[in-house]
Every structure is written in C-alpha cells, then in structure tokens.
Design a protein around this ligand. Sequence first.
Ligand code: IDP
Length: 135
Amino acid sequence: LRCCSSNGSGEKERTLGIIKPDGLSENAANFYAEHSSKPFFTNLIKYMTSGPVLVMILEKEDAVIHWRELIGPTDAGKAKITHPQSLRAMCGVDIEKNCVHGSDSHQSAQREIAFFFKEAPSAFKTEAVRKHDEL
Ligand code: IDP
C-alpha cells in the first residue's frame, strides 16, 4: 500500500471508499458459507452480488420471528399462492430470487449482525435485549 500521511491538522476530513465487485462476492460467499456445498451456491452468490444490497438491523420484541413472518417462505413463487401478503410474494420471483433475507434464529441474527456491523451490535442493543443475551 502506497499512501499518504496525516495532514496533521486534527480536523475531520472525508475520504472515498468503494467496495469493488470482488470484495462483495467474497462477502456473499462467506455470509452463505453454510450453503457452499449446495448445488445452488454459485447462482446464489451471482444473485447476491448482481447489484447493491441494503443491510438493516431491525429491532423489536421477537424481531427474528416477526420479520420471518413478514417476509414469508423461501420460495417466493409458492409464497404468491400460500402467503400473498408476504414481502417475498410481493417482490420476489422464485426460490432463489426472493428479494429479502431474514435471520432464522436469535443466534444467526447475532452472527449475521456482527458480520456486517463490526462495532454496532452493543450500541444498538436496548437494555432488554442486553438482558436477554445474558440469559
Ligand atoms: P431462507 O433465506 O428462507 O432462510 P435458506 O435455506 O437459508 O432460506 O437459503 C438461503 C437463500 O438461498 C435463499 O433465501 C434463496 O435465495 C437461496 N436458495 C435456497 N434454496 C434454494 C434452492 O433450492 N435453489 C436456489 N436457491 C435457493
């Protein structure tokens, strides 16, 4: 890395960073590591890196189950019939292109939040969530 030195003024400055496409595909592969041996893995990574994604921490009581209920079944095609009011029914296409992700358990949520938000989890946690984690 050839770079610069501090300008020494102690003032805030701005810089520009870009996560290049290969950086995103590495992240997607790591995020979905549990599916790496599945036949759909390569397509899933292509899909997940085909454009920008918006990653959110959502917080409420029983957020994991409520968000899973709201997004609906994995197969967006079937969801259109069985869960027409779900997000996947409304914006997804099929079992792969299902438009939204939701952690499938409290433990997965903790791991996945830490994956994207290295510093954030404790700052985002309410007192109630911190107590829940200590149990
Ligand atoms: P989930 O997202 O509903 O929890 P997972 O089984 O964890 O479902 O699968 C992760 C993602 O992999 C799915 O959201 C979907 O995009 C993709 N996927 C899952 N099963 C298949 C499949 O059988 N064919 C193609 N893609 C799949």
